[in-house]
Write a protein that binds this ligand. Sequence first.
Ligand code: C2E
Ligand code: MG
Ligand code: MG
Length: 595
Amino acid sequence: MNQNLLFYSANILIVDDLPTNLRLLDSVLTQQGYNVFKAINGKLALRASTTVDIDLILLDILMPELNGYEVCRRLKAEAKTAKIPVIFLSALNEGFDRLKAFEVGGIDYINKPLVVDELLIKVQTQLSLRAAGKEIMLLDRRIEELTKKREEGIESVKNNLEIVRHDLLTGLPNRVLFMEAVESALQRSRIETDYRFAVLFLDCDRFKVINNSLGYLLGDELLNSMARRLQDNLSEQDMVARLGDDEFAILLTDAQDIASAAEVADKILIALKEPFNLQGHQVFISASIGISLGGKNYQQTEHILRDAATAMGRAKVLGKSRYQTFDITLHQEALRFLQIESELRQAIKENQFRVYYQPIVCLNTGKIDGVEALLRWQHPTRGFVAPAEFIPIAEETGLIAPIGNWVLQEACHQLRQWQAAGMVKESFTISVNFSPQQFSQQNLIERIDQILMQAQLNPECLKLEITESAIVEKSQTTVSILQQLRSRNIQLSIDDFGIGYSSLSYLHSLPVNALKVDKFFVQNLNEAPINTGIVPAIIRLAKTMGMYAIAEGIETIEQLERLRMLDCDCGQGYLFSQPLPPEKVIELIAREPQW
Ligand code: C2E
Ligand code: MG
Ligand code: MG
């Protein structure tokens, strides 16, 4: 702020009952460029100081009615005028009481008779102090405003954070807020040693299907209704949050054990089974829930949610629309999964896979007329790892495609070698397992053509084994691929038949050559009277559709006898031989055994 400007425009009020004094001061100060206001008594002074914005008052002491001290006291008592600096005009002969002057709020005094220089210096000093004061006041006000704004800002940031901590669609808490709540529950468990709480991880079973068929708007409405229904089935102190898509998490703050958490999970599953009414559509859903019990055994909140999610995944595998509680073996299983996945990648690079062959016997002749190629993993430290242990993981990670292609290539080459060496008949076949994943490979047919060509193998010698699930899941493309394979005279079998859910009418339209009866049924054959039960039914079914039947897992003579009576075409099992490495199996074949 420009001080000079302020001086020259400063408003000075002179209060004196002697007009000559007034005139003198007026002329001196006006010359300096100040705006001068004059009051001839105390009352007029008080009025003037409230109507005009006065910067400085020069105040005489001895005046009729209100003397200078009294005027000053009143000025200081009024908020509006309290801050105006007052300089007393004192004459020693008038008995000036300096102490009193300061007591009532005066800031300085000027002796009469006036010394102009002294007057001007004191006026200037006070005005500049006043200016500084005003500036400070302005600064104060500015700071006050800024602080207020900042506080408002903080408030609005806080409000925004609130949004960031809630799911926009459902208004439920989101993951951030949920994890905070889990964290405080965890902290409580560290203080109260017996305190337990539960975290539920809920995932809709067929939300994508619903979303795709109803459209996103109704999908959103469904999520909203679900959110409400979840809330309605929880008590006040519990929290339900939406983690994303169709995933919800629930914190039960007072679940002392798995049983009480399971009770809530059950209640929720039942509540969700009631149809949802969405704009005239009745929609049915189900959900899978994983439960983990939190307590001081956990170090990190994320682990509690992770374990609940793992348990939820287990619930899905076990058939969906159910809950599953977490136990440590599930975590170990998840870890093992990750471990095996990375080891599988290594295994591909380092050629740790082998193909074993299990003879397939024609039950009419009792002779081996083919083999099934079975993958073996020779792990550098763990020895042989069973396919049941790693194939599901290879399937889930997509690694089955390169691995399966390798098996196919290896098996085709092997058979071609045996043929070339005259060790097997022309009609000898090789069966290779083909995973559902392999069907979704790009250029699958070209790839198979190429493998057969490189091996120079007659496609009629190759049988591909596919599972029921591969056929059920990918109807249209699968049928077309199967047809292309059949047109090359590659034979097709349905593996593990009987454990899936193939619809018979559908099966009828498939270009398939054989059904493989799952070993589970073969091994339970002894219990049922002949001609009743699954095995005879499957064999009859195969015949009706012009296919042949292969029984897996034959371990006993009795089983073999029964299967022969049922007119089963082929058989495979430990009774004949275990899966063997190529040099062993060809030795066996060379001996031409007969059963
Ligand atoms: P699968 O295709 O049904 O193969 C038959 C399984 O039954 C083999 O298990 C075989 O060793 C076993 N087995 C044979 N005879 C008997 C018996 O008398 N008793 C019993 N208890 N078991 C018998 P393996 O070799 O452990 O393979 C398991 C599964 O892994 C296979 O079932 C197949 O689904 C899958 N698999 C194996 N190799 C491959 C492959 O190269 N690619 C794909 N996609 N899957 C494969
Ligand atoms: Mg098989
Ligand atoms: Mg099988």
